[in-house]
Design a protein around this ligand. Structure first.
Ligand code: DNO
Length: 349
């Protein structure tokens, strides 16, 4: 496996110099952040990032994300032009050494949480999704700004988008995903890039917005649209894992054996009795997922893709981007390194 770490570029309070000090750290996961979805990434920005990483003994070979414009997901008029831009961005990233591009096909919003700084008994804070806090909220009627939601949308735009997705429905979203994959995957193949779709987080509908990258049946369907290693998964344990019906270990065994996992996001979550969930420390004993079995499944299927310690808690007084502090993600990386070493040694005995 190739250990990696997400870095938000020059505005990230965590320096590449600190990141490189984490044992076994190899790759930087990043993106060009000052360009809107649907626009071409300047080559100079990609080249600069590559150089900054190299100057710190790191490799910039994973992009997270090239965002998919809402009009692609909705199949609106200008979709062909937007798909061309998307393909051009893949080509440009590949030109500077990128091997894996993560993206998602979630309508309107990326991950949904109700609080980003829930304090635990030990004084650490983490992201949580409590149904209790969601109850009674209706984005079509109320002005809602859930933490983490893109604040560049006005409430009216949010309402318009939510209604449009409601009309589109799941099958409409599948059709638009199919069009996207059929256009983008051949380009990725051509330039040696693996596209890695991130599952919906959480993997069930919220506010009636369709969600399709949610469960084994749907992952099978997505992968069969274009049967190629360039059409792969970013298997996020914490996203798929917060639906108790998803057997994350079984999914990893299956998709890794098929060589359809390009990127692993590894983190643990604790599912509560009412289906709410809390992000926790990475250890198996901290949450609902068995991180040892997850790693073992990867090692036994010969996984050699990218791994990153996903969201950490905020600990030791650190402040910064929720989920993306240095300390707990570094602890996560170290734990994951240990799991891999143990599983690899056990396998080779
Ligand atoms: C959350 C991340 C996601 C992920 C996107 C990929 O912290 O895992 O925001 O980057 O869904 O497009």
């Amino acid at each position: 496996m190739k250990m990696s770490f997400r870095w938000y570029g020059e505005t990230d309070p965590i320096s590449l110099q600190y990141i490189r000090q984490i044992p076994n750290m190899r790759s930087i996961v990043s993106a060009v952040y000052d360009v809107k979805p649907g626009e071409v990434w300047p080559e100079e920005s990609i080249e600069k990032m590559k150089k900054q990483c190299e100057d710190n003994g790191l490799v910039f070979d994973v992009v997270e994300s090239i965002p998919v414009h809402e009009d692609i997901k909705l199949g609106r008029n200008n979709v062909d032009e937007l798909l061309n831009v998307y393909c051009e961005n893949i080509r440009r990233c590949a030109k500077y050494g990128v091997k894996c591009v993560t993206y998602n096909f979630m309508p309107v919003f990326d991950w949904t949480r109700t609080q980003l700084d829930k304090e635990a008994a030990d004084g650490s804070t983490s992201l949580v999704m409590y149904w209790e806090q969601m109850k009674g909220l209706d984005p079509l009627k109320d002005d809602i700004h859930l933490p983490g939601w893109d604040s560049s949308y006005s409430q009216d735009e949010v309402r318009e988008l939510i209604s449009a997705y409601g009309e589109l429905g799941e099958e409409g979203l599948w059709e638009n995903l199919e069009k996207f994959l059929k256009k983008v995957i051949p380009v990725a193949e051509e330039c040696g890039v693996r596209m890695a779709i991130h599952p919906d987080d959480p993997p069930y509908p919220i506010f009636g917005i369709p969600r399709i990258i949610t469960c084994e049946e749907n992952l099978d369907r997505m992968l069969s649209i274009v049967d190629s290693p360039a059409n792969s998964l970013c298997l996020c344990t914490g996203s798929l894992g917060c639906a108790a019906s998803n057997d994350v270990v079984a999914m990893i065994k299956k998709y890794s054996a098929m060589d359809r996992i390009a990127f692993m996001h590894m983190r643990n979550i604790l599912i509560l009795d009412d289906g709410s969930f809390e992000e926790q420390g990475h250890l198996s004993s901290c949450g609902s997922l068995d991180m040892y079995e997850i790693t073992k499944a990867l090692v036994e299927t010969g996984f050699d893709g990218y791994v990153r310690p996903d969201h950490g808690r905020m600990i030791w007084g650190e402040t910064g981007k929720p989920g993306y502090g240095l300390y707990d993600r570094a602890l996560g990386a170290t734990y994951i390194n240990g799991l891999f070493e143990a599983c690899e040694k056990a396998l080779n005995k």
